[in-house]
Design a protein around this ligand. Structure first.
Ligand code: COA
Length: 334
């Protein structure tokens, strides 16, 4: 599926806020325990922005994209397009990507927010690649950034969200290359909107799922049917990997790294075991960051780049699933 020119990932950068919230910190404000959280999710800590001091998703996205540009040895003025995958936009208008573009100093590059919840980074990669194949965009910044700590309830009534989510940003710089072998090999993007209520942020009492008794605290806060999402993820994850391998005419052995949305260690381990993959091929870092929504995949990619585990010539499959419900993949030849 690579076009007349290839696309390469030339820089990766990430950012997390200074504030760390450990499981023990959560024990102080809700009925939970470090042991329960580790056992059920694999999470040990998460990062949290200081929203009351003006920190927002834009600050994290900015730090991440500046680091990715440095790694790519590229100036922001060379960017043609910025895609910010997020469900934490500062305002519904303007797109946060536009303010980000102005702050890093692009020269009127196209900029928009892409809303696909935890699939944001994967859908963003597929979108950016498609746009680059039109021939109109040579250098693109894709950022996955989210700050769900703003919209989870830090008390016992909201504990299933509070334990699970953290704040972060991760960015990649995509560049056109004359090497036609590099770029997207196969992809998949799916949704089942009938299951919207499993992960939602009700804004009015009419947005609450049927059967959920309305309570004022729920407005603007994350609602999650944890068990339903869990079952969905365990089933869907391997299926979409298989579908993408079929589309590419490959087997799991042909892929060097599976970089998956970090939702819950048990979900990830179930998928890893299903394909019999070694830990070095199927990466988990949820212990350090928790579920950071659109940022979780570039956080793993950054770990691998820093450890020099991911190399040119390798194949990497990015896998996402989440609110919508949505699920998808992006298989790349590096
Ligand atoms: N701390 C301590 N105990 C908790 C708890 C918490 N945070 N949450 C639930 N419990 C207790 C319950 O009260 C219940 O106790 P009981 O057996 O005595 O009644 C027990 O643990 C099981 O509760 P349940 O709601 O079934 O928990 P779970 O095993 O489904 O785990 C999640 C909850 C949220 C961790 C899990 O459902 C999950 O990770 N789902 C997927 C969510 C996800 O990935 N979302 C993002 C998708 S992108």
């Amino acid at each position: 599926m690579t076009g007349p020119e290839g696309v390469e990932i030339v820089g990766v950068g990430t950012a997390v806020p200074d504030g760390v919230v450990t499981n023990t910190d959560l024990e102080k404000v809700m009925d939970t325990s470090d042991e329960w959280i580790r056992q059920r999710t694999g999470i040990e800590q998460r990062y949290r922005i200081k929203a009351d001091q003006g920190e927002s998703v834009k600050h994290l996205a900015k730090d991440a994209v500046i680091r990715a540009l440095d790694a790519a040895n590229m100036d922001a003025a060379e960017l043609d397009l910025i895609v910010l995958s997020t469900m934490s936009s500062e305002m519904t208008c303007p797109p946060t990507a536009c303010r980000l573009a102005a702050e890093i100093g692009t020269k009127n590059a196209g900029a928009f927010d892409l809303s696909a919840a935890c699939c944001g980074f994967v859908f963003g990669l597929n979108t950016a690649y498609g746009l680059m194949q039109t021939g109109q965009y040579r250098n693109v910044a894709l950022i996955g950034a989210d700050t769900l700590t703003n919209i989870v309830e830090y008390s016992t009534k909201g504990r299933n969200g509070a334990i699970l989510f953290g704040d972060a940003a991760g960015a990649v710089i995509l560049r056109k290359t004359s090497d036609t072998g590099k770029g997207l090999i196969a992809q998949a993007m799916h949704s089942d909107g009938a299951r919207w209520a499993d992960l939602s942020i009700p804004q009015t009492k009419f947005d609450l799922p049927e059967g959920v008794e309305f309570d004022e605290w729920q407005l603007g806060k994350l609602y999650m049917n944890g068990q339903s999402v869990f079952k969905f993820a365990v089933g869907t994850f391997p299926r979409v990997i298989e579908q993408t391998l079929d589309r590419a005419g490959m087997t799991a052995g042909d892929v060097d790294h599976f970089i998956c949305h970090q939702s819950n260690r048990r979900i990830l381990e179930a998928a890893r075991d299903r394909f019999g993959l070694a830990e070095e091929k199927f990466h988990i870092n949820i212990d350090r960051f928790a579920n950071t929504v659109a940022a979780s995949i570039p956080l793993v990619l950054n770990d691998l780049v820093s450890a020099r585990s991911v190399k040119p010539g390798q194949r990497v499959m990015f896998v996402g699933f989440g609110g919508g419900l949505t699920w998808g993949t992006s298989l790349w030849q590096l």
